[in-house]
Design a protein around this ligand. Structure first.
Ligand code: SF4
Length: 230
């Protein structure tokens, strides 16, 4: 399939699936793009997708970007999910250890240059892993942030050069939690402690009542995204 045909397929699929549920889109995605993977950060949206994928296509690869600085609760959520579903998530590590990063760029890079830290620990590893696939699935939702408001359910990811599926793009946070509760899904306990959005431990704080759900990410910086999503 040339790029023009692929773009047409994506445009048509985005239109066809706009008002379909996430499971319908996921089923089509894994059939049409068998070489597909799910990116999982173990946040609320991603555990929903893990659950759906286990029911639809349990052999589909699921990976996580291990920055080495996730919360202990996040690693424990990973372990509980793996045990529950009998799967092993693919661990994607940065090229530099934390010690090597500190030697080359200084201690606590996340405090001084979070974009550079995110590039080393998230964006570069993501770029490498996605080269192995034709499509990826993410848990982004349009109402999470203005930067995500125009996300389509199916789009061509120009940055990484593959098809991108966002099956929960049209869901609200309430939809996510309704699914989690009605299916009794394992989730990160930090969500019960005022962490609606969970990233690395050094760059995530709980939010106060009435604050934007992503206000706890990179607090004190202009930064609102890791660089994984355009
Ligand atoms: S979220 Fe923070 S610690 Fe994690 S990679 Fe980005 S800057 Fe580094």
């Amino acid at each position: 399939m040339n790029l023009f045909e692929k773009e047409e397929l994506i445009r048509q699929a985005a239109e066809d699936f706009e008002f379909q549920g996430p499971e319908v889109l996921l089923s089509w995605a894994v059939e049409r793009f068998p070489n597909i993977t799910l990116a999982c950060s173990f946040g609320a949206e991603d555990v929903v997708l893990v659950d759906m994928l286990q029911k639809i296509s349990p052999k589909t690869d699921i990976f996580y970007l291990d920055t080495n600085v996730h919360f202990q609760e996040t690693y424990e959520t990973r372990d509980r999910l793996q045990q529950h579903y009998g799967v092993e998530f693919v661990q994607v590590l940065p090229k530099l250890t934390l010690e090597e990063q500190a030697q080359q760029f200084g201690e606590e890079l996340w405090k001084n240059a979070p974009n550079q830290c995110c590039n080393i620990r998230k964006v570069d590893p993501l770029t490498d892993i996605l080269k192995n696939y034709d499509a990826w699935i993410t848990g982004i939702r349009r109402d999470q942030a203005p930067t995500r408001a125009n996300s389509k359910k199916v789009e061509y990811d120009v940055k990484f050069g593959l098809v991108k599926f966002n099956p929960l793009a049209g869901w609200t946070s309430e939809d996510v939690w309704n699914y989690i509760r009605s299916n009794n899904i394992i989730y990160n306990p930090l969500h019960d402690r005022n962490y609606p959005s969970i990233g690395c431990e050094h760059c995530t704080r709980p939010v106060a009542v009435g604050e934007d759900p992503r206000a706890g990410r990179w607090a004190g910086f202009e930064k609102t995204e890791c660089g994984l999503h355009k």
